[in-house]
Design a protein around this ligand. Structure first.
Ligand SMILES: [Fe+2]
Ligand SMILES: [Fe+2]
Length: 195
């Protein structure tokens, strides 16, 4: 009996990847979910760095990185994850809410892309965007992602697809310091702001 329990436990974690959850706890998740969660942690790190940054140059670079990371992540989820999730999970309304939250975040990103550090409300907008993203991420990690796992969505091959598309999008949107990139991210953000 002991052996079969052990085998089952081993089986249930097979094919999963270790990743940190929004509350810092280490968990194991299927590759696609782990990949999206890893990107959540990366953008949270950037917001933390912004909160501690003092120099204008550093703040500008961090906001460029935040806007690029969020533009890539939102597009990835919308292109490759949300639609299938909407067709599979118990509460498809969660996906509608996620689209609306993306649209609101994109609106703030578009505003930030048109601003310069030192402008009135610049720091406040970054802080509000960070809080907003934290709320969205927590909902994804506690509701949407668990439902996708329970619905037995295909999350292994999707992990590879997300990784490949993420690299492509980073290249498409380019170097976060270039002016051309800023306008592309702004256009991308604007495109989603009117959902
Ligand atoms: Fe999202
Ligand atoms: Fe996400």
């Amino acid at each position: 009996m002991a052996t079969s329990t052990k085998t089952r436990a081993k089986k249930s974690s097979a094919g999963t990847v270790s990743v940190k959850r929004f509350d810092g706890k280490s968990v194991r998740r299927p590759p696609a979910i782990a990949f999206l969660m890893k990107q959540h942690r990366e953008v949270e790190d950037l917001f933390d760095k912004f909160e501690n940054a003092e120099e204008d140059q550093e703040k500008t670079e961090l906001v460029d990185q935040i806007c690029l990371a969020l533009a890539v992540h939102a597009k990835l989820e919308e292109e490759l994850f949300y639609q299938t999730a909407e067709e599979s999970i118990e509460e498809p309304d969660l996906v509608d809410e996620a689209y609306v939250e993306h649209a609101t975040a994109k609106d703030l990103i578009a505003q930030l892309e048109g601003m310069t550090v030192g402008d009135q409300y610049y720091d406040a907008k970054v802080t509000v965007l960070g809080e907003y993203i934290a709320h969205h991420v927590e909902e994804e990690e506690t509701e949407l992602f668990p439902q996708a796992i329970r619905a037995k969505m295909e999350l292994t091959e999707l992990g590879q697809k997300l990784e490949a598309r993420s690299e492509q999008l980073k290249q498409e949107l380019g170097d976060p310091d270039s002016a051309a990139t800023k306008s592309k991210i702004k256009a991308e953000a604007g495109a989603g702001a009117h959902l």
